[in-house]
Design a protein around this ligand. Structure first.
Ligand code: PEP
Length: 250
């Protein structure tokens, strides 16, 4: 059965001390849940976060990774650096990486390959912008992002892929896709995987929704049959809110 997952993307928030404090709060108050809980602090805090969460059910992820194995890429972080820090999950393709750092589908395809070649789990983000939705082009945009960034991988690689559909117009805006809009897109994505890869892979792949998920809307969104959890930004920065969202997984 595919996994239920709630992942917190902390973005460029929380220094080392704030990371420790938030993790202490999360660890002390984590409810009984069937969901896998993931947190993605900054690179600087990863080793501390891994040490702190050892023995808990919280998984630590990185927010990004370079596609090359090593080399003259000042300021970048490689897959082996993450693995040496015992970080085995990475978020790739977040809309902020695409918009502010020029990450294209072609580049993301390389990052995906490097991650999977080294055994990492990839949380692959994608989603349309407001203009795409308004013009009715949102299904085409999402299909291109998936075909160009991800669908080239071998069938076996899908075991290590989690999808995160994040409509850009709903990220950090307080504007959420309705549960029906989320379900419609998630069903479309699952159908694409079924046709492009296999029905079994489509059935087993977790598809998270991201975009202004809050304690008061999580349960309804997560209740949709093709929504397997969420990728949470702003509301992941307060333990009580994040854990209330985790509780939205039934
Ligand atoms: C995100 O950045 O992935 C996100 C979903 O942010 P927010 O929850 O703040 O909309």
């Amino acid at each position: 059965m595919r996994k239920k997952i709630v992942a917190g993307n902390w973005k460029m928030n929380n220094d080392l001390q704030q990371t420790e404090a938030l993790l202490d709060d999360l660890i002390a108050n984590t409810p009984e849940t069937i969901a896998k809980i993931v947190v993605a602090p900054s690179f600087v805090s990863l080793t501390t976060a891994v040490a702190k969460t050892h023995g808990t059910n919280i998984i630590v992820a990185a927010q990004n990774m370079h596609q090359a194995e090593s080399g003259a890429y000042t300021g970048e972080v490689s897959v082996n650096m993450l693995k040496s820090a015992k970080v085995n999950t990475v978020i790739l393709g977040h809309s902020e990486r695409r918009a502010y750092f020029g990450e294209t589908n072609a580049l993301l395809a390389k990052k995906v390959d490097t991650s999977l070649a080294h055994g990492l789990t990839v949380i692959f983000c994608f989603g349309e912008e407001l203009a795409d939705r308004q013009s009715g082009n949102h299904f085409n945009v999402v299909e291109s992002q998936l075909r160009e960034g991800l669908f080239h991988i071998a069938q076996s690689g899908w075991d290590s892929v989690v999808l995160a559909y994040e409509p850009v117009w709903a990220i950090g805006t307080g504007e959420t896709a309705s549960p029906e809009q989320a379900q419609e897109m998630h069903a479309f994505i699952r159908n694409l995987i079924s046709e492009a890869v296999s029905p079994a892979v489509a059935e087993e792949t977790s598809i998270l929704y991201g975009g202004s998920v809050k304690p008061d809307n999580a349960a309804e969104i997560f209740g949709k049959p093709d929504v397997d959890g969420g990728l949470i930004g702003g509301a992941a920065l307060k333990a009580a809110d994040f854990l209330a969202i985790v509780n939205g997984i039934q």
